[in-house]
Write a protein that binds this ligand. Sequence first.
Ligand SMILES: [Ca+2]
Length: 305
Amino acid sequence: MGGVQLKSIGLLASLSLAFAGCKVRTESDAASSAPAAASATPEIVSTPSNVEMVLLPGGSFEMGNAKGDDSETPVHTVSVSGFAIDVYEVTQNQLAALELPNPSQFKGDKRPVEQMRWTDAALFCNERSIADNLIPCYDEATFACNFAANGYRLPTEAEWEYAARAGTTGDVYFASSDKLVSHACYEGTSQKGTDPVGSRRANAWGLYDVLGNVAEWCQDVYSPTYYAESPKENPVGPSEGPKRVLRGGSWKSPESECRVSARGFDDSGIADACFARNYVGFRCVRNLTAEEAARLNGTDASTEE
Ligand SMILES: [Ca+2]
């Protein structure tokens, strides 16, 4: 099945690099993070491989943070089409089910995959698509993404932030930053490594470990100035560049990096021999099926007035 080869990845147990490039101010505007709408938790479906995904209707939101790092500005309105996104970070038992090697340092079936480069994550998406009889999104030579394919891919940065915010407008998706301990495995709650996924509280749309645990690869090439030029509708990032976006902070991140708008990045592994980090994982998205989109039609008010 497939032609995917996950290259052997050496353990980097002593790696102590911080969440790459994520420089943010420490002040929080969490006080303004009251939910924009008290929407019901969206529908959850199970994939043929028994992975739970949340079906999110499309919507518009204010992306970025005027009080954050320069890369988080300008705040701009973004609209995303509906999509399905994994409830949890990809777990190590999903690699086992696909008979793929497990590069993770912190072993455990229900722990998130880490030490996966962006390219490894994209190849995993293709393998999972093939296993579920879906069309793979990634060209395995160029890593170009076919957004029209019905298979799995990494979330765009806009999709990630839309799902992370779950209708909220502040730095975090709960009432105040002092609640981070109950929602996230981060520096303040763990010095030892990852948690099993879902160990803490979900956001309003039912997604776990959005902040902390493993930082999550996004589809987008990283540019600190992209927000000034981003299209409004379904932005997918700059066309090319050596870095890819990481979001949410990780088990070793300080609170200042565990924010829904904080932008991290790292080498992609496409044109470089980058290291794999023990704090980097991902979750998958896919387009809604026509039937799902029709079912959600009329409930597309989760973030709108
Ligand atoms: Ca995470």
